[in-house]
Design a binder for this molecule. Structure first.
Ligand code: C5P
Length: 205
């Protein structure tokens, strides 16, 4: 069984994907981390994230980068969103994601284009969303707890910019797959969001 979980930043899709993976005993891939690693690698190499050749070269990052705490920062999230615009970067990361999705026994993947591009054949497609204000508050609390100095305004501004870029890009934009079940987590706590997702998955499997 392939479970595709898509949605914008801080919508709760990662939390839901992890919980579903645990519940069904499936491996989980946070595909955003791959784009974050490319963004971080461009930065380390002193390249330009908006230059297709620099971004593509960075897609050949060392896997040890995936464990860097810095990958979770707002700055790297912004770089990830910029490198992810380039079709060559998306193509370079495709095989790895597709192999993960199609491994024996199934998998849960979360991202922006899992249900539309990486695994259009997924048995379950969820689209997790929430208001931009709720998402900014969550990200702000997360950043504060991890000791990063950011303001709510900065986060809100970043989110809006990232949403616009992810939705407007030509290649694999953030969009709701036609068969996707939508979960709005704006007024749901973590446990209720997970319970709602599980209910939905159980209705279609
Ligand atoms: O999900 P996360 O915030 O970690 O993703 C970082 C960025 O990577 C997103 O803003 C998006 O531009 C890009 N991304 C993507 N396709 C995916 C996952 C992430 O384009 N499947």
């Amino acid at each position: 069984m392939i479970i595709a979980v898509d949605g914008p930043t801080a919508s709760g899709k990662g939390t839901i994907a992890k919980a579903l993976a645990r519940y069904f005993g499936l491996p989980h891939l946070d595909t955003g981390l791959l784009y974050r690693a490319v963004g971080r690698q461009v930065e380390l190499a002193g390249g330009d994230p908006d230059a297709p050749s620099d971004a593509l070269a960075a897609a050949d990052f060392d896997d040890s980068l995936l464990d860097e705490p810095e990958l979770r920062s707002e700055a790297v999230g912004g770089l990830a969103s910029r490198v992810s615009i380039h079709p060559a970067v998306r193509e370079a990361l495709f095989a790895r994601q597709r192999a993960f999705a199609t491994q024996a026994g199934g998998a849960v993947l979360d991202g922006r284009d899992i249900g539309t591009v990486i695994a259009p054949d997924a048995q379950v497609k969820l689209y997790v969303t929430a208001s931009v204000e709720a998402r900014a508050q969550r990200r702000y609390a997360e950043m504060r707890d991890s000791g990063r100095a950011v303001t709510l305004e900065e986060i809100l501004d970043n989110l809006e910019r990232r949403d616009a870029r992810d939705s407007a890009r030509k290649d694999a934009p953030l969009t709701i797959a036609p068969e996707a079940l939508v979960i709005d987590t704006t007024s749901l706590g973590k446990d209720d969001a997970i319970a709602a997702a599980l209910d939905m998955v159980n209705t279609v499997t």
